[in-house]
Design a protein around this ligand. Structure first.
Ligand code: FES
Length: 107
């Protein structure tokens, strides 16, 4: 399955993410600048912030844990209603075609 990332400069990247792999892992492996993933997916760095564009897709993503919810208060760019930590967005077939905006680290 594929996810489309929209970078802060509005460029778009289609990324293959294997089922069971997180979007953070696939994005860092592909060298996407805006997704750093300092903590390796441990929900302690908040450098993997993305915003899911479509509510219908948000409903297909793994449920947000309390820890993720709390960490989203510490992101560089202020959180939005559809903000997620991409290390917690573990890919499933259902999520194929999802579009996410990469948080702007300058904000
Ligand atoms: Fe650190 Fe997601 S990679 S919080």
């Amino acid at each position: 399955p594929k996810v489309t990332l929209i970078n802060p400069d509005d460029s778009r990247i289609d990324l293959d993410v294997e089922v069971g792999d997180s979007i953070m892992r696939a994005a860092t492996a592909a060298g996407i600048e805006g997704i750093v993933g300092d903590c390796g997916g441990g929900m302690s760095c908040a450098t993997c912030h993305v915003v899911v564009l479509d509510d219908a897709y948000l409903a297909k993503t793994p449920e947000m844990s309390l820890t993720e919810d709390q960490m989203l208060d510490f992101t560089a760019m202020e959180r939005e209603p559809n903000s997620r930590l991409s290390c917690q967005l573990v890919m499933s077939e259902e999520m194929d075609g999802m579009v996410v905006r990469v948080a702007d680290p300058q904000l």
